[in-house]
Design a binder for this molecule. Structure first.
Ligand SMILES: [Zn+2]
Length: 280
């Protein structure tokens, strides 16, 4: 069977499965927020795979186009030589013409396959956005029922529960100037796992002055959490993370005097005392 039609049938099957699963959780609310986050992570994985496949096809297409150019050049040059040199017995190079036709049809098939994948990717992106919205809506509904502003998360380190510097005004350990400490400092050995306090989307992962290596997560309840001074970050911007997932390793990068996590919680653009937002 033609590769193009195989792809179309494959895509139809995927759409059908997706449609059935979507309609079932839209009507029955059978899936928990946690389940939806799992589907969202799968959706992101599918997007990454599709992007890779499209990239691969692009590479193949590029080399096929070069191949075609070479064959065409060859045909042109051969023709010229024949006209110039062997004027008596001109033999058309059938093989080269066949080759050129063969490559052209391969290119057409590859381009068809690519557009099928691109459409699939587009559908996936739309599905992801819808799913994210439905998670946010469900979380907000739950919070309303409970009468709370945000979800209480887990402690960002497994075995280290001491706080070396609390939230609020303090004499800064480096500058010796009285300043507002926007989070809490939790000391732990270098490279201890730092955990996402709650599920969400990574909105920043990189180096920032003062913070050093820092990860910022936007959660489905709207709050943002910050994990600073990491030795290294293990997630990237855009990643969907689950509660308890390792996002970075403890370090002392940026303005820091020892290995620790500087942890912040931001609710409605305002830093709150993180102690009030996590279970110790
Ligand atoms: Zn701090």
């Amino acid at each position: 069977m033609n590769e193009y039609f195989k792809n179309v049938i494959y895509k139809l099957c995927i759409s059908l499965v997706l449609l059935i699963s979507l309609s079932s959780y839209n009507t029955s609310y059978a899936l928990s927020v946690e389940d939806k986050v799992d589907i969202l992570i799968q959706n992101q994985e599918t997007q990454k795979n599709l992007n890779e496949k499209i990239k691969e096809l692009d590479n193949i297409l590029e080399s096929k186009n070069k191949e075609l150019d070479n064959v065409k050049d060859y045909i042109d040059n051969e023709g010229n030589e024949k006209i110039e040199v062997i004027t008596i017995s001109f033999v058309p190079k059938e093989e080269e013409y066949d080759e050129s036709e063969k490559i052209t049809s391969e290119i057409i098939t590859l381009e068809q396959n690519k557009s099928v994948l691109e459409e699939e990717l587009q559908d996936n992106i739309i599905e992801g956005v819808k799913l994210e919205k439905s998670i946010e809506e469900e979380v907000s509904m739950q919070l309303k029922e409970e009468g709370s502003e945000f979800i209480e998360g887990i402690w960002p380190l497994n075995d280290y529960k001491d706080i070396s510097s609390g939230f609020g005004y303090r004499i800064h350990p480096i500058t010796q100037v009285k300043s507002f400490h926007k989070g809490i400092d939790i000391p732990a050995p270098q490279d201890t796992d730092v955990l996402a306090t709650d599920s969400g989307v990574v909105i920043f992962s990189g180096y920032q002055n003062g913070y050093g290596n820092v990860v910022k997560i936007k959660h489905f309840d709207g709050k943002i959490t910050v994990y600073a001074h990491n030795n290294s970050n293990v997630v990237s911007k855009g990643d969907i993370v689950k509660q308890g997932q390792v996002i970075s390793k403890v370090g002392t990068t940026g303005n820091s005097t020892g290995n620790h996590v500087h942890f912040e919680i931001i609710v409605n653009d305002e830093n709150i005392n993180p102690i009030k937002g996590i279970i110790r």
